[in-house]
Design a protein around this ligand. Structure first.
Ligand SMILES: [Ca+2]
Length: 501
């Protein structure tokens, strides 16, 4: 019988801290001795991979968590705890400035301009596409999702089976709502079935009388609603479900690792803080609701602590796009939900897509560190694959760049992701390369209304190193850079892979 022992250590592992490097060399030895002790070795290899908990807030701004904005009027002690115990990224981006395309990019590792153009609320992910969940499931993870899906379902009757949702895209189980909590019909789903189908109706709601715009506050649209469904219950219910997933996993004594994707429906509208949180922040009902979101994250972290899973769990916290927060809100509350960034949700400007992004992974990621590495939600696919030493199927994760080196050895910020494409709500594609950011149109491309100041050159070019707030348009000053970035963007749009193979 031949025994193969490979001594070559993969590139990323060379850079691991020494204890982890030894640990991984042992794992590699076990893996390649598999022809002798297949079952024994594979059990050990799987047992040493981290649990993964991915928490994505909905419409939370770059300036909301206190660890990103010391002047925030919102107490975010649990998000701050993650930052204190992990790595906080300052140049992390959603692939889009609104919910659906960002979630497509997160799940598939593909920029959302590649997303199939289908009828509203129909499935967005093609059959057979690798997702982060299917990747992890195929590597032996138990994959669970709680929260807002918003990538469409296929069904014949709303009271019957919903196909092509989370459990048909790599998740073993799902509890959640089909889309944003201000878009009807309003009902819960468990796996493929409605918990109760939406047979009633609810009138529209907003908070205009309290000084908010029609798309802020306790805003939802008129539509069908399941019996007993209350919008205000959804966030607490999801927290209960996420904690229950961790409890059930811990009680099961499973030999597999856990992947929990907790897709919070908040602080997206409707802003509905429960009584316990009302009036507790300095940023109105938005801030109160965001503070409740932070506590929900705290409940998940507590569950990991309670089951002594914290030390072996990779936790990622981020948000899917910027906040619905206007300059007059910043003035009114002296709270900049967008931080120092220009614009808001939907925009091609930075506030639309530059996101809080924190990674905690005890023993691998150094506590209390920061990274200015350019990263994007689409990068989780390649990063998870590298952590698991898995190979992505050919053609999958087309735009996903492996971030593991950024987590373990803090390389120069220009070494991993070279470029970034982020899309606005009107599908304007912004192109980033180094400090330069090109927006090939005038204006925000999103929710911020045009002003006279948006006139002038046909497009926008900013140097974010000098001008993070995108105040000075350099389009006319650097025609060569405009040309270079325009060409690179066109190549990507033509279908060219943007991430290394
Ligand atoms: Ca969102």
């Amino acid at each position: 019988m031949m025994v193969l022992i490979h001594t070559d250590v993969p590139g990323t592992l060379r850079n691991f801290p020494i204890t982890r490097r030894c640990h991984h060399m042992l794992l590699m030895f076990l893996r390649y001795s598999a022809c002798l002790v297949v079952c024994f070795a594979s059990t050990l290899v799987e047992a040493k991979m981290p649990h993964i908990v991915l928490i994505m807030a909905d419409d939370m701004g770059y300036g909301d968590p206190t660890c990103y904005n010391p002047n925030s009027k919102i107490t975010t002690k649990h998000i701050d705890r993650l930052a204190a115990e992990g790595m906080r990224f300052t140049d992390a981006h959603s692939p889009a400035a609104v919910c659906v395309p960002t979630r497509y990019g997160l799940m598939t590792g593909r920029y959302p301009f590649r997303m199939p153009n289908v009828e509203r609320h129909k499935p967005r992910i093609n059959r057979g596409r690798t997702t982060i969940a299917s990747l992890l499931r195929d590597q032996g993870y138990e994959t669970q999702m709680v929260g807002k899906w918003h990538l469409g379902f296929d069904f014949d009757d709303i009271s019957e089976e919903h196909r092509r949702g989370p459990v048909d895209n790599g998740f073993d189980s799902y509890f959640g709502i089909p889309r944003s909590l201000d878009i009807p019909p309003y009902y819960y789903l468990r796996d493929r079935l409605p918990v109760a189908p939406p047979t009633g109706m609810i009138a529209a709601n907003n908070s205009v009388e309290e000084g908010w715009t029609p798309i802020q506050g306790a805003f939802w649209r008129e539509g069908a609603l399941a019996p007993g469904f209350r919008h205000i219950d959804v966030l607490p219910r999801f927290s209960d479900e996420a904690v229950a997933v961790i409890d059930a996993y811990a009680d099961s004594n499973s030999e597999n690792r856990l992947f929990l994707y907790f897709a919070l429906p908040a602080p997206h509208t409707p802003w509905l803080p429960t009584e316990e949180y009302s009036g507790k922040s300095g940023a109105g009902m938005y801030g109160d609701f965001a503070q409740q979101v932070d506590d929900c994250i705290g409940r998940v972290l507590d569950a990991l602590d309670r089951h002594e899973m914290t030390d072996e769990t990779l936790v990622i916290f981020t948000s899917d796009n910027g906040p619905v927060w206007y300059p007059h809100d910043t003035e009114r509350f002296d709270h900049a939900s967008t931080g120092p960034l220009r614009g808001m949700k939907g925009d091609a400007w930075e506030a639309g897509h530059r996101m809080p992004f924190i990674v905690r992974w005890p023993g691998t990621v150094t506590a209390g560190t920061m990274s200015d590495q350019l990263i994007c939600h689409v990068d989780l696919m390649a990063t998870f694959a590298d952590i698991l030493n898995a190979t992505l199927p050919k053609g999958e994760g087309l735009d996903s760049v492996n971030l593991l080196p950024a987590l373990v050895d803090h390389p120069d910020r220009t070494t991993l992701r070279k470029t970034l494409i982020s899309q606005s709500s009107k599908e304007v594609l912004g192109f980033r390369k180094g400090p330069w950011k090109l927006i090939p149109t005038r204006g925000s491309g999103g929710f911020t209304r045009s002003t006279d100041a948006d006139q002038g050159p046909e497009g926008q070019l900013y140097n974010l190193d000098d001008d993070l707030g995108e105040t000075t348009n350099l389009w006319d000053d650097h025609p060569q850079i405009v040309e270079e970035l325009t060409l690179e963007l066109a190549k990507a749009q033509a279908g060219v892979r943007t991430a290394p193979e």
